[in-house]
Design a protein around this ligand. Structure first.
Ligand code: AGP
Length: 602
């Protein structure tokens, strides 16, 4: 989603801001812009399109300064266009604002400002911000109090950076339910909507909490609480290996991240420490329910976890989409454990669902890949996947790390409960220990075969994914991967459900991808595949079972593992399939259209 960068210091700001925007490109956006202060006046340039379009604007060489703000916009209110791009300025051009989030009551505020003779040129909610700040400034408030007073009116979410031609020596920032970090330098300070934007410039970071404000000068930062009392903040050192945020020789981040999975799973499993959860057998025995709540791919990881926890621990588990959970009055009390999975730790719906569960007395755990992300500051306990930064919009290594973490978590709970299945638990632990080797084998042995298959199917309009049990959970993830980066309509169905409607869609030549890894369901799965073949389907089978290959078009073989862990392996060919199909279609696999890496608005 939208990205923010800010700079104030002894160096020229433009280069830092443009670099920062480039580092944020992975978040997904449709326009870009920059405001710089020079000679006590604000110069703003913005455009629909990419950062490369911004730096080709004819006037860009004519502006620079030591203080500036910049933005990549993912359209919510108003189409992607030059005038809707950020920064937004007040009509006198004395305040300039970049904003992430949504001001939900902007119409009401706009009407008020129009009644005071303010004029608007964009269709955005953001444009009320510089104008309301200007309104308070004209009422006699200083810059900081003008921002503070304006923020008191905003309903919704915001992370804002504001510069003013009246005070060229500072940037004011504020946030509510939208992330914002400050990078500390020497005689320079940086602002970013996430850490990767600033990693090349800073390694010490301050984290702004909800309803806090900061005045950022080149050699100082003053922090304020919600009532504008000064507060002290400590910075944290964040060190990320630069190879983690470059393509490291791969054509795309997505391919690099697919190939990083042996390492990311290993790191995740080696860094786990469930003792921090402080669980006791008594607490677990008294649990009525576990909710697992998440969005998209993270929710698919939750579906896998449900099967493991229910089977190994005999605890009732419900999995829900965060956007549904938060509005369906879920039954929660202090005998509920609620687990929220989020790669970014910034997904607005997941965070709102977490806050809801907490307010009803549930114990809450966040499972996230990003240290210091918003979710880590809200949940009672945090478990980290150590997958390393995931830059491609389509999640791959985060998913397998989430599944591996949740698998180990299920084993941990079962052990704590003395669940009497020690040999199974030992087998699962042993298999998890070796799973990275099996992933490497799949990557080495199937990539070319899958590329070949992709070449044959990349022009298809619809592709179906089917499976039973855990294989169905993987089918959901495989279909999501394909649709998000190849724009092919992909649907997943539980194989046994096909006859209840979806099989009507199968016609001569329709491609059906089947996942077949559960030995106890193999006959049933095969007969479902035969049903689609009888209706003319072309079939691609992902399997670790011995099946007669006469009737199928393609069989992709993967190594055996305990059936509970098969999703970690069977998803890999599906990730590669989606990747190669998108590449044959010449699409940008890392930044698919309309999508954002972290969805920070509802
Ligand atoms: C995954 O490929 C998607 N881009 C998307 O579904 C993602 O998993 C979802 O938005 C949740 O994100 P999160 O894990 O950062 O909360």
């Amino acid at each position: 989603m939208c990205g923010i960068v800010g700079y104030i210091g002894n160096n020229f700001a433009k280069k830092v801001l443009i670099n920062g925007l480039s580092n944020l490109e992975y978040r997904g956006y449709d326009s870009a812009g920059i405001s710089l202060i020079n000679n006590n006046s604000i110069h703003t340039l913005k455009t629909k399109g990419r950062v490369k379009d911004l730096i080709q604007l004819s006037n860009i060489d004519k502006i620079d300064g030591y203080c500036g703000i910049a933005h990549t916009r993912w359209a919510t209110h108003g189409e992607p266009s030059d005038k809707n791009a950020h920064p937004h300025n007040n009509q006198n051009n004395t305040f300039s604002v970049v904003h992430n989030g949504i001001i939900e009551n902007y119409n009401e505020l706009k009407d008020f400002l129009i009644s005071k003779n303010y004029k608007f040129i964009s269709e955005t909610d953001t444009e009320v911000i510089p104008n309301l700040i200007d309104y308070y400034y004209k009422e006699g408030n200083d810059f900081l109090h003008s921002v503070y007073n304006a923020c008191k009116h905003f309903k919704g979410s915001y992370a804002i950076c504001v510069i003013s031609s009246f005070c060229p020596d500072k940037i004011i920032v504020a946030r509510k339910s939208s992330p914002l970090v400050l990078g500390k330098g020497i005689n320079e300070n940086f602002i970013g909507s996430d850490i990767p934007a600033l990693l090349e410039y800073a390694k010490y970071f301050y984290f702004i909490k909800d309803n806090e404000f900061a005045e950022v000068f080149k050699d100082n930062i003053i922090f304020y609480d919600k009532d504008l009392n000064k507060i002290e903040k400590n910075y944290k050192e964040i060190s990320i290996d630069s190879s983690d945020i470059t393509k490291n020789g791969y054509d795309d981040y997505m391919l690099k991240e697919i190939y990083e999975q042996p390492k990311s799973i290993n790191n995740t499993l080696n860094n786990l420490n469930f003792e921090t959860l402080d669980f006791t057998k008594e607490y677990l025995n008294n649990l009525k329910k576990i909710y697992i709540v998440a969005c998209g791919t993270a929710m698919h990881a939750g579906l896998v976890a449900r099967t493991l926890i229910e089977n190994l621990c005999k605890i009732n588990v419900e999995v829900d989409l965060a956007s549904e959970f938060r509005y369906r009055n879920p039954i929660i009390d202090n005998h509920t454990l609620a687990i929220f999975i989020s790669q970014s730790g910034e997904t607005a719906d997941t965070i709102a669902a977490l806050e809801l569960a907490k307010s009803y007395g549930a114990k809450t755990i966040a499972v996230t890949n990003v240290p210091e992300s918003s979710i880590t500051r809200i949940a009672d306990k945090v478990l980290y996947t150590s997958a390393g930064p995931e830059i491609a919009v389509a999640s791959t290594k985060a998913y397998t790390s989430q599944v591996a973490l949740m698998s180990y978590f299920s084993i941990y709970l079962a052990e704590l409960l003395d669940s009497n299945n020690n040999s199974l638990l030992e087998e699962l632990k042993e298999d998890l220990k070796n799973i990275h080797d099996k992933i490497s084998k799949i990557l080495n042995s199937t990539n070319l075969q899958i590329k070949d298959i992709a070449k044959k199917i990349y022009n298809e309009k619809d592709i179906y994914y089917i499976g039973r049990g855990l294989d169905y959970c993987v089918a959901l993830e495989g279909a999501l991967k394909l649709k998000e980066i190849s724009y092919i309509h992909a649907e997943s169905y539980a194989s046994g459900e096909l006859k209840h409607g979806a099989i009507a869609l199968i016609e001569n030549g329709t491609t059906v991808v089947s996942i077949v890894t559960n030995p106890s369901l193999i006959e049933k799965s095969i007969s479902n595949i035969q049903e689609v073949i009888s209706r003319g389907a072309k079939t691609i089978i992902i399997t670790n079972q011995h099946i007669d290959n006469d009737s199928f078009n393609y069989i992709i073989e993967i190594p055996k593992t305990n059936e509970y862990l098969s999703p970690i392996l069977s998803v890999i060919p599906l990730q590669l399939l989606a990747y190669h199909v998108a590449k044959f279609k010449n699409l940008d696999v890392d930044k698919p259209r309309n999508l954002a890496k972290s969805v920070t608005v509802e």
